[in-house]
Structures are given as structure tokens and as C-alpha cells.
Design a protein around this ligand. Structure first.
Ligand SMILES: Nc1nc2c(ncn2[C@@H]2O[C@H](COP(=O)(O)OP(=O)(O)OP(=O)(O)O)[C@@H](O)[C@H]2O)c(=O)[nH]1
Ligand SMILES: [Mg+2]
Length: 371
């Protein structure tokens, strides 16, 4: 992207000329400041695609000052809305300029130029007729590179076909593509799990990882940067070994590939899920998996939303991350209802009301229609 803040308005040079005011003196006003380019986090924006098609971010210039000590108007700031999780880099130096993680977080990326000074500022006792005035400063200008790292609370990791997308579809309201061929998922997808206390957790499903991924085999591990911000990593193992792989080898390979990408990720709290437990092969493989890896996984079946393991998974995530409840359910307030309304003592519609509106009485027998 190319971001350029507005140039400041120039100061003006002018003298007061008016009937009956001889030697009115300098009255040139200052220029206004140029507009800033401001990046703002917005949780309703989910990609950078809009910026891809409009990469020129130019803020408005400040207006020049005028005679009669009139200041120039300030240039409007340009507010660029980006998804939470956007990092902004200077494309030339590669330095990180800002990291936008929260909704409504604002960062001034390019500052508008200051306005110039008008000639009123240059009058002194010995210099009564100044014509000096200064031009406005240029606004800052940058070439930017934006990078979006999805922010999710938990990230799903696994070989292709392990059932990551199936699990996401099962626990959240996302609709990822699910199919029995590898690399069905090509881009990270985030789904939200809703809990009965109105709290929410975001779970990211990323493409599958295979042996050699850290060297670029398969889809590589570039998308693992999306997991760099998740607080919990969830390994999903195809315990049935559908694609003729051994589940325990899958787990060790996954950890090896992740370590080669970013060994800090291995220290994150993690959870191991044994998927496809509805299949006989999975039940057979499980004891061997525990023996070989020393990890006792949580057993689930991602195609069955009623499976107890799926509920247990949601509960364990909640226990680990303790999301804040988002408010409580409040009964809708009836407009105009206040203390004047008489209490009904448990009856639903008072007799008094029924007299005025007999149709409210549901026990009343309707008169038969005449044929
Ligand atoms: N029997 C059984 N099949 C499952 C289970 N979970 C997923 N599958 C099947 O496994 C296949 C792959 O599932 P996906 O959810 O697409 O797997 P994925 O891990 O997202 O795969 P990629 O996106 O290709 O990396 C699909 O045909 C699913 O129906 C399970 O618990 N039991
Ligand atoms: Mg998938």
C-alpha cells in the first residue's frame, strides 16, 4: 500500500486594507494541518481484500491561510478500517510500525504536515511590514506491507483428512468444506463456539500439515503464522489411520514440523484429540498410541455432534481459556410499563381487563357459525 498524509496548508502573507484604518498591519493567517492516515481495528472487517483493490491511501491536504487572520481548514483524516490481527510494516525497511489487535484500536501511521505560519507571526517592533510566511510541511509518506494474522483462541492442527474441518463444523457455526481428499481446506477458517453463559471462543481451522511441510512440502507451514496468536493448540489425530498412516507417527511428525517452524509454539498449552473413534480401527490403535507417545488423547468423533467427546472438548477449552461471559439475558423492557400498572397476583389477565376485552379469554367458547 502507498500511504500519504496530507500536506499542511501554507501560511499567507496579507495586509489589512480597509477604509479609515491606515497602516492596518499584517493579517495573513496560518495554514491548516494536513490529514493523518489512521489505521483502525474493526471486528466487522474480516479481510484485507478491499485494500488490495484500492492501495492508494491519500489523506486530504490542509487549506492555506487567508487574509483577515483567517486560518486554513484542517485536512480530513483518512481512517482505514482493518481486521483485528493486522500487522503493518514499512515495506522499505521491513520494520513493524503497528500491530492492530483490538476493536477500535487506532494508530496514526502517517502524520499530516503542520500548517505554515502567516505573516502576522513575523511582526516585531523593528519589522512592521513583514512579508515572510512559511509553507506547510509535507505529510509523511510510506510504502506499507500489511499482514493479517488471524486471531483465534484455539488453533486446530493435524494431517490432511484428520477431521479438522469436521470438528469445526460440529462445534461452531462455521461451514468449512469437508471432503475425503487431502487439502480440502486451502485457507484458514475461523469459527465461533457459543457457550450457554453467552461467552464465545474462536477456533481456527488451518490447512493440513504433512511430513516436510516446514520445507514447503504440501501447502507448507506459512499459514502456521495464523496460529502464532492462538492461546491453545489442538492436535487432531486420525486414530483410524484412514490414509494408511500410523496415528502415533502423525503426532510426532506434527510436533517435529511445528518445532522447525517456530519452537515457541510447542510450549503453548495444547490438547490432543483422537478423532474417528466411531471406527473399529481407531479403538484398536488407541492403546498403541498411548504407549508410543505417552499422551492420553481425548476421544471424539467429529462427524457426530452428540458424541460425548465433542462436549468434553468444548468444556475443556472453556476451562483452559475461561472466556468472559458477554452479558446476561435480560427480559425485554416493555415501553411505557411503570409502577402504575396494577399487579396481577399471578393471574395472567385480570378480570377487569377481560370485561373490556373479552377476546383475550382463551377459555371462552366461540359461538358456532351459522350455516
Ligand atoms: N468415520 C469418521 N469419519 C470422519 C470423522 N471426522 C471426519 N471424518 C471424515 O474424514 C474426511 C476428512 O474430513 P475433513 O474434516 O475434511 O478433514 P480435514 O482435516 O479438514 O482435511 P483437510 O482440510 O484436507 O486438511 C471426511 O470425509 C470426513 O467425513 C469421524 O469422526 N469419523
Ligand atoms: Mg479441512
Amino acid at each position: 500500500m502507498h500511504a500519504r498524509a496530507g500536506k499542511g496548508g501554507d501560511g499567507s502573507s496579507s495586509f489589512r486594507r480597509e477604509a479609515c484604518v491606515p497602516e492596518g498591519g499584517p493579517d495573513g493567517g496560518d495554514g491548516g494541518r494536513g490529514g493523518h492516515v489512521i489505521f483502525k481495528g474493526d471486528h466487522d472487517v474480516d479481510s484485507l481484500i478491499a485494500l488490495y483493490f484500492a492501495p492508494q491511501l491519500f489523506a486530504e491536504e490542509g487549506v492555506s491561510g487567508r487574509g483577515q487572520k483567517m486560518y486554513g481548514r484542517r485536512g480530513k483524516d483518512l481512517i482505514v478500517r482493518v481486521p483485528c490481527g493486522t500487522s503493518i510494516f514499512d515495506a522499505e525497511t521491513g520494520a513493524l510500525m503497528a500491530d492492530i489487535v483490538e476493536h477500535d484500536q487506532e494508530v496514526v501511521i502517517a502524520e499530516g504536515g503542520k500548517g505554515g505560519l502567516g505573516n502576522v507571526h513575523f511582526r516585531t517592533s523593528t519589522h512592521q511590514v513583514p512579508t515572510e510566511h512559511t509553507p506547510g510541511d509535507e505529510g509523511q509518506e510510506f510504502r506499507l506491507r500489511l499482514e493479517l494474522k488471524t486471531i483465534a483462541d484455539a488453533g486446530l492442527l493435524g494431517f490432511p483428512n484428520a477431521g479438522k474441518s469436521s470438528l469445526l463444523a460440529c462445534v461452531s457455526d462455521a461451514h468449512p468444506k469437508i471432503a475425503s481428499y487431502p487439502f480440502t481446506t486451502l485457507n484458514p477458517i475461523v469459527g465461533t463456539i457459543h457457550y450457554p453463559d453467552f461467552s464465545q471462543l474462536r477456533v481456527a481451522d488451518v490447512p493440513g500439515i504433512i511430513e516436510g511441510a516446514s520445507d514447503g512440502v504440501g501447502l507448507g507451514v506459512d499459514f502456521l503464522k495464523h496460529l502464532a496468536r492462538s492461546r491453545v493448540l489442538v492436535y487432531i489425530i486420525d486414530m483410524a489411520g484412514t490414509d494408511n498412516r500410523d496415528p502415533w507417527k502423525d503426532y510426532l511428525t506434527l510436533r517435529k514440523e511445528i518445532e522447525q517452524h517456530n519452537d515457541e509454539l510447542l510450549e503453548r498449552p495444547s490438547m490432543v484429540l483422537a478423532n474417528k473413534m466411531d471406527e473399529a480401527a481407531a479403538v484398536k490403535n488407541l492403546p498403541k498410541f498411548i504407549k508410543k507417545t505417552g499422551v492420553t488423547p481425548l476421544q471424539i468423533s467429529a462427524i457426530d455432534a452428540e458424541h460425548p467427546g465433542v462436549a468434553e472438548f468444548k468444556q475443556r477449552l472453556w476451562d483452559l481459556l475461561k472466556p468472559k461471559p458477554r452479558g446476561e439475558w435480560v427480559s425485554p423492557v416493555v415501553v411505557g410499563a411503570d409502577e402504575d400498572v396494577p399487579a396481577t397476583d399471578g393471574e395472567i389477565i385480570s378480570e377487569e381487563s377481560l370485561k373490556h376485552a373479552p377476546f383475550l379469554d382463551l377459555t371462552r367458547k366461540l359461538p358456532k357459525k351459522k350455516k
